[in-house]
Design a binder for this molecule. Structure first.
Ligand SMILES: *Cc1c(COP(=O)(O)O)cnc(C)c1O
Length: 393
């Protein structure tokens, strides 16, 4: 038998992996109040995406528990009897909140991206994306078989040039609103203008903005005054500021119809448990009335940035809850993360391929659940770690 062994090849790849790129699962038990217990130690948690602290909100947990007393699983896919009144209510409440004609819920953001892009793109079309877009958006384009082009991060001129070189191809322009590893916001108004000028449809992924940014937490597009006309495909997720899980695509009627007929990750999967939909509805109510939480979050962000600047930490131009501290080398980032952990802060290192080579970092993720004293502690520890050398890039 001359066929090379698949399993041997995998074992060889594993053995050849450099220590700095090795990943391992760690058990982490959050206990609320931005605290997480790891290896028996209670740490300040600056790693979660729970920007408003809603994962521990009593009224949301009660809504989840109440709905779960009636039914656990959805029992079927949406089109075959699994579309529960909780899903329908969630979709119409989301549509009213966002001011979009239709909303479809998905089990995760990853599935929403694959489903929506698969439904609207064919192999003849162009998927034009920011180089730093989330992995699920790249995978969505690849799965659809579309021609994938990536422009330099935030560079609308580069995107325009790419569109001009492909005048005869139908195109979807796709961007994160808040970039997940950098925390900066895409030039949404410029991209909307470009999409209008070039007749390229615009899709925006609001995973890190929904709930945390904009009027009533409606996101970065709403904050920029953009709606259905400019952004006919709006994606949001419920695992971050909503503190639960799941996702939605807000769109026009014709797009919703297309998704219902061809979004494979919507059609061929069990609907999310109705209790999850009920919890998302409760989180939505808290988010609409959530200016207090967003103000608290903004105060922590300002405190962190002012403190970090005066300590000379290498920050990036982010005004959101995501505050990366660039380290550069993957090994150095791992060591910095370990040093933080020793001093009571949980902040895992973000390494390639999640970020480009040479751009390993600590991704500080701020939350309304952190106190002023917590942010002070994080800054003090970061300053100590920084002085001892990781920030030499
Ligand atoms: C987290 C994230 C997703 C994936 O959402 P899940 O619901 O966690 O699958 C998609 N896009 C962006 C930008 C994200 O940060």
């Amino acid at each position: 038998m001359s066929r090379p062994s698949l399993l041997d090849a995998i074992a060889a790849t594993n053995a050849a992996r450099a220590p700095a790129s090795r990943r391992r699962l760690r058990v982490a038990k959050p206990i609320g109040g931005a605290r997480v217990v790891i290896d028996g130690r209670e740490l300040i948690d600056v790693a979660s995406n729970d920007y408003l602290g809603l994962a521990f909100d009593p009224s949301i947990r009660a809504a989840l528990a109440d709905a779960a007393r009636e039914q656990s699983g959805a029992r079927a896919s949406h089109l075959l009897g699994g579309h529960h009144p909780e899903h329908a209510a969630l979709e119409s409440e989301l549509a009213a909140w966002l001011g979009y004609p239709r909303v479809l819920v998905f089990s995760t953001g990853y599935m929403a991206a694959l489903g929506a892009m698969g439904a609207v793109l064919s192999r003849h079309d162009l998927a034009l994306q920011d180089r730093l877009n989330h992995a699920c958006l790249l995978d969505g384009a690849r799965l659809a078989g579309a021609k994938l082009l990536r422009y330099a991060h935030g560079d609308t001129t580069a995107a325009a040039d790419m569109l001009k070189r492909e005048p005869n191809r139908r195109a979807l322009l796709i961007t994160d609103s808040v970039f997940s590893m950098d925390g900066d916001i895409a030039p949404l108004t410029e991209l909307a203008n470009l999409s209008q000028r070039e007749n390229a449809a615009l899709m925006v992924d609001e995973a890190h903005a929904a709930g945390a940014l904009g009027p009533q937490g409606r996101g970065a597009c709403a904050a920029a005054g953009l709606g259905t006309t400019q952004v006919p495909l709006l994606m949001l997720t419920f695992g971050k500021a909503f503190g639960i899980s799941g996702a939605a695509i807000a769109c026009t009627e014709p797009l919703a119809d297309a998704l219902l007929h061809s979004a494979r990750s919507f059609i061929y999967t069990t609907a999310m448990p109705p209790a999850i939909a009920a919890a998302i509805r409760a989180a939505l109510r808290r988010i609409i009335d959530g200016d207090d939480l967003r103000e608290r979050l903004d105060a922590r962000i300002a405190q962190f940035r002012i403190g970090a600047q005066s300590l000379g930490l290498p920050l990036v131009a982010s005004t959101t809850a995501i505050q990366p501290v660039l380290v550069g080398d993957a090994t150095a980032a791992l060591e910095a993360s370990r040093a933080l952990m020793d001093r009571g802060i949980y902040c895992p290192a973000i390494r390639p391929p999640t970020v480009p080579p040479g751009q390993a970092r600590l991704r500080i993720s701020l939350s309304a659940a952190l106190s002023v004293a917590d942010v002070e502690s994080v800054l003090t520890v970061l300053a100590g770690t920084h002085r001892s050398g990781y920030g030499s890039c």
